[in-house]
Design a protein around this ligand. Sequence first.
Ligand code: NAP
Length: 348
Amino acid sequence: MITEKPVCVTGASGFIASHIVSQLLAEGYRVRGTVRRSPEHYPYLLQLPGARERLELVEADLLRSESFLPAFRECACVIHTASPYVINVRDPENDLVKPALEGTAAVMEAAGKTATLRRIVLTSSVAAITDEPDSTKVFTERDWNTRSSLQRHPYHYSKTLAERAAWDYIGQNKPHFDLVSINPAMVTGPSIVPTINTTNAMIRDIITGVYPGILDINWGFVDVRDTARAHILAMEKEEAGGRYLCSAGLMHMRELVELLRLSGYADYPLPKRDLTGRLGTSLMTALSWTLPRDTGTYIRTHIGRSIRYGCSKIKQELGISFMPVMESILEAADDMVRKGHLAPSKKP
Ligand code: NAP
């Protein structure tokens, strides 16, 4: 533990943030979590070990800029995770960009007025690194997403604008605290929160046969507990700095389906049709125009290409080692069954 002062976690009710809160409490920290409703709505946070003694929940909203200053009072560190993580929104400007960007600006302004603050750890994303694989390139922290817009990958756009705004604030104001960003790939694993997260929902959709077949697509994945750990190490390590790309490994959809088939999910309607060839990719590209806008764009910019990430910086500087992606995905699936997001297997 590096400080007796409180650590503030924004969006404490989130999939990643709840694991950050849980790990901070386990390490003995005093935690202040910001939430959008009154504390009794979050029994899963209030029941965490150590919560009764050291967790305080306070209300704050990304669109109410004045709400963060009281939340940061006397804090040594702020871990800013709150941001909408949704795709296929009706109004990308108001549903994604405004809360992400205005919220980050509000957090930076409030931080500037909090004399005790030493560091902000920002949950950014690989979405702020790129919105499109490039088969000739290994993406690293040096890369910035320059292509997204309100029309093209608005979630990626919101994350890019928010992270840029945070770095710009540091560059322009030279404040008394510094900034470190964690840029996770697809975060999976078991949830403390009862609702289902967007990334785990994608795995559920694969298991329940939403996809017409196996597509030529791959993803970087990282376990939620490792992601939380990375945030805490970024807070604790004095020498940490800059951006940290956070991906444990890559998995192609074919491998993911095979893993699930061999691990107790064979009697679910897993996709069977092989659409990984050139014909399949052309068919899916044509079909993508009939899908919800963001899903369609995602398919057109991702199928038939392979994403690759270089994650040596986070391993070397934060000293983190990641659990295998396969384990994390299976734990996520089993957890979704336990929580009722997936029907149990009909096999005895
Ligand atoms: P999540 O479970 O949906 O959490 C999002 C959090 O943001 C929730 O606590 C939510 O509060 C809060 N939030 C949304 N709009 C808000 C507003 N207007 N005011 C205050 N709080 C607001 O998603 P998550 O996966 O944990 O994501 C957390 C962060 O990680 C996000 O910044 C996301 O971009 C980033 N990220 C996620 C992944 C992933 O695969 N999961 C990967 C890379 C980066 P409510 O509970 O009240 O809705």
